[in-house]
Design a protein around this ligand. Structure first.
Ligand code: ARG
Length: 590
């Protein structure tokens, strides 16, 4: 199936061609004036300009041509300077929706040429607490990954852990200060070292802030941390063994945190995984003449002649020999292209890293690490702010731990559910499970409904309401559709084929359902889940309007009743699909 707008565009394009104009004038879009028609085509205006004619004359020719054609339109009219307004016949609309209902993909065709796509998202750091930027990266990235996969691309999601930076040296130095006798700190000890981690996740949560504060206060500690980082990178055995414990302990915690958010990575690679490729990569870059020395550091100049502001060079190796964030990112691109066959790499990382990615991407193309046909994109996002307009923090001003944030949204969901008597009479365990899903839906939808580049304000009261543009409202509506079908099934009434709509609210719902492929396509092309979020909200509103106008369960005319159930079922399927692509789980009942 193709999108309905495309089908209509083809018909209009044929009409333009038959009248002697270019087919490209035939583009049909959803009407901005639903009172005049459901769809519109504005092609007569540019066609008139190109041919030196009056737009109305051209539009009139097209309308005349369409009126002789297939009976898919109930109304075709000409408005203003030459807009063509189109309204579908109800039988055609019903037929179209039935085809959508019969199609497993709900009318969404997969892309013609699937690509191997790597989505780099999440990006949490080993030993450092996750911040709201990582939360957004997880939520938006998961949705983009699911959407690309649904559209037929061959997608790999990689968390790209931050596990190779100076924070590692800081923790090593701090632990050495506290436990000088540990075998890890003896430079001459080649190992093996104890298999059991000497520290827990809770220890790490306390150690990192302490270590980082000490390094900030004392330049000698900072220097020692840098040195330790460099030695770690260069393979000092005790440091590597200790570092492996940090990684293992952190990753176990991160898997739990991301898992609780229903965010799942295919690969748990990190910056350190390319360590073995870095020397080779740097040697190649040097041989290509891409690099130069600056104050003892090895850098790569990536400025372009028409830059209007200076783009700093990419530092590949610092004077002390340590590699940088950009170096590991560059080597990671090399890996992804060579070993994973990546044709497109999407980085879902916050906007503060725009310059970083600009530098890395330029270096990748300039050196040929990325062939020109491979796409590198920074799909950045804004900040989740508190009501004070500053990045969201705890009441005490600290970074909010993900677990605490999740508990906060679940508690809010529970309170709202009690208020609205949702799941009141269910057993405790089920009610808690529903609250978990409702809370996460509130959090995720509030994030995804914003155009990702924008900042947004975290307002739990608003997000967790069962009314308005919220995750809980969408879940409630979806579950309502499911419950209608369950009740009908209990009376042995099954969904039937979709009949031409007779009620305006039903017609509007069918039209909105038919726009699913357009919404997904837009979200896919712009890498912006907000198009899906917007779509599903409008769809839920239309469903509720239909539900209020058409009393499905008490309808006497069986053909009409089963048709309405068919529509309800299609709504349910579409809603399940879109919510799943947003990464939102739906409770069985509420
Ligand atoms: N670990 C980084 C951070 O916390 C994000 C990683 C993003 N991905 C990447 N390939 N650089 O800021």
């Amino acid at each position: 199936m193709q999108p309905l707008t495309q089908h209509l565009t083809d018909i209009l394009s044929d009409a333009f061609a038959a009248a002697g104009y270019d087919r490209s004038y035939g583009e049909v879009v959803v009407s901005g004036r639903p009172d005049l028609g459901q769809f519109q085509c504005n092609g007569a205006l540019p066609a008139a300009k190109a041919h030196g004619q009056k737009p109305r004359d051209i539009a009139a020719q097209i309308v005349a041509h369409l009126q002789q054609g297939a009976p898919i339109f109930a109304d075709i009219n000409l408005a203003g300077p030459g807009f063509i307004n189109l309204t579908l016949s109800d039988p055609f609309l019903a037929q179209w929706l039935q085809a959508m209902a019969d199609d497993e993909r709900r009318g969404v065709a997969p892309v013609a040429t699937p690509r191997r796509v790597v989505v780099d998202y999440g990006g949490a750091n080993v030993a450092k607490p996750m911040h709201v930027g990582h939360l957004r990266a997880g939520i938006i990235g998961e949705s983009i990954k699911r959407l690309f996969r649904f559209m037929g691309d061959d997608v790999i999601g990689d968390v790209h852990l931050g596990d190779w930076g100076t924070q590692m040296g800081m923790i090593i130095v701090e632990l050495a200060r506290r436990n000088p006798g540990w075998p890890y700190f003896d430079a001459d000890n080649p190992g093996p070292f104890p298999a059991e981690s000497p520290i827990t996740l809770t220890d790490l949560e306390e150690i990192y802030p302490a270590a980082s504060a000490r390094a900030k206060e004392d330049t000698a500690v900072m220097e020692a941390s840098r040195l330790a980082t460099m030695e770690l990178q260069n393979g000092r055995a005790g440091y590597r063994a200790l570092w492996q414990h940090f990684v293992d302990v952190s990753v176990a915690g991160l898997k739990e945190d991301y898992g609780a958010l229903a965010i799942h990575f295919d690969l748990w690679l990190g910056e350190s995984d390319v360590q073995d490729c870095i020397d080779g990569m740097i040697a190649r870059l040097q041989a290509q003449g891409c690099t130069s020395e600056s104050q003892g550091a090895l850098i790569m100049d990536i400025a372009l002649p028409d830059d209007n502001k200076p783009t700093p060079p990419l530092i590949l190796r610092k004077s002390d020999g340590a590699v940088m964030y950009g170096t590991t990112d560059l080597a990671t691109i090399d890996r992804r292209v060579q070993e994973l066959g990546a044709q497109l790499i999407l980085y879902v990382v916050d906007h503060r890293q725009r310059q970083h990615f600009e530098q890395v991407f330029r270096a990748a193309y300039k050196s040929g690490i990325t062939p020109p046909e491979v796409g590198l994109e920074h799909n950045y996002f804004g900040t989740m702010n508190g009501k004070d307009g500053k990045p969201f923090k705890t009441r005490e001003g600290g970074v909010m731990k993900l677990k605490d944030l999740i508990q906060l949204v679940i508690d809010a969901a529970l309170a709202r559910m009690a208020e609205s008597h949702v799941a009141d009479e269910y057993a405790e365990a089920e009610r808690l499970e529903i609250a978990r899903m409702v809370g996460l839906a509130a959090l995720k939808y509030a994030d995804l409904m914003n155009q990702r580049m924008k900042d947004y304000i975290f307002d739990l009261d608003r997000f967790s309401s069962f009314e308005g543009r919220t995750g809980p409202y969408l879940l409630y509506t979806t579950v309502r559709a499911r419950s209608i079908l369950t009740k009908a099934a209990a009376q042995s009434i099954a969904p039937g084929s979709i009949l031409p709509p007779t009620v305006e609210a039903e017609r509007a719902l069918l039209l909105q359902l038919a726009q699913l492929p357009d919404a997904l396509r837009q979200a896919y092309e712009t890498r912006m889940p907000s198009y899906m979020a917007e779509y599903i909200y409008t769809l839920a509103n239309e469903f509720n309007r239909f539900y209020n106008a058409c009393h499905i369960l008490s309808e006497r005319d069986t053909a009409v009743q089963t048709s309405w159930l068919g529509v309800t079922q299609l709504f349910l399927r579409v809603s399940e699909l879109v919510l799943t692509l947003l990464g939102i789980e739906i409770p069985e009942r509420m």
